[in-house]
Design a protein around this ligand. Structure first.
Ligand code: NI
Length: 236
């Protein structure tokens, strides 16, 4: 059986015997990506496969699996940040308001990976919008205040999320394992021009992010969800 696993926008294709287990897949991925199995998080439908369950169950989603995870070395670096010697220059002594080093909460309540769609034009601009969202002071404050952790903040694929019923503006998979937001307008999603045309307004995208963050807490669009959603929009 052949599986396509995408990680940080890179697709990996693996062939495993039909008797292979999830552990086998994780081991194979570890040797490809140097991300140890315990750091791997796989997103697929249906969720909740045990480590010894049959991989064929994953083929329900045509064998497409997305992996998020951090190499062991990166995790170690985050857990014990290296102490850098402060430069002893006069400038350093008088520099006002040096940015505080990130706290444990800053590291935990954040977006771990940004993921633009590499096959659409101008994906560097898409990345810069995602980056602006992730570092937006209002968004940062909400993440910390509400203790939101998001694995992947990604660009929603406009082609696969537009149909006769309308357009999806955002998606939250597995309560924040991945949040995708639509960045491009319909008119110009092919050429992907930088500037006003072709890209949705930043504030609109940010409001969609507020909506999707509310889904980290409530799955359904019920009264509790909308109360939190309005609260987050107000905090933006
Ligand atoms: Ni929703």
């Amino acid at each position: 059986l052949t599986y396509t696993i995408s990680h940080r926008s890179t697709p990996y294709t693996l062939s495993l015997p039909s008797t292979a287990t999830l552990s086998d897949l994780k081991s194979a991925l570890a040797s490809l990506t140097s991300i140890p199995p315990q750091n791997q998080k796989l997103l697929y439908k249906p969720p909740h496969l045990a480590n010894d369950s049959d991989l064929a169950a994953m083929l329900l989603d045509r064998g497409k699996i997305m992996m998020i995870g951090t190499p062991a070395s990166t995790v170690a670096a985050v857990q014990s940040p290296p102490t850098r010697p402060r430069p002893r220059t006069q400038k350093a002594a008088v520099r006002p308001l040096r940015q505080a080093p990130p706290t444990q909460a800053d590291i935990q309540y954040t977006f771990r990976t940004l993921q633009p769609l590499p096959y659409l034009p101008n994906s560097t601009h898409a990345h810069s919008i995602l980056s602006k969202l992730a570092s937006d002071p209002a968004v940062r404050a909400i993440m910390l205040r509400h203790k939101f952790s998001v694995g992947v903040l990604g660009e929603l694929d406009p082609a696969t999320h537009t149909n006769h019923e309308g357009r999806t503006l955002g998606l939250n998979t597995n309560r924040g394992a991945m949040i995708e937001v639509r960045l491009r307008t319909d008119e110009d999603r092919v050429s992907g021009s930088v500037g006003g045309r072709g890209w949705r307004r930043y504030r609109d995208v940010r409001d969609v992010l507020a909506h999707e963050l509310a889904h980290n807490v409530y799955r359904e669009h019920d009264a509790k969800f909308w109360r939190l959603c309005r609260q987050l929009e107000g905090e933006m």
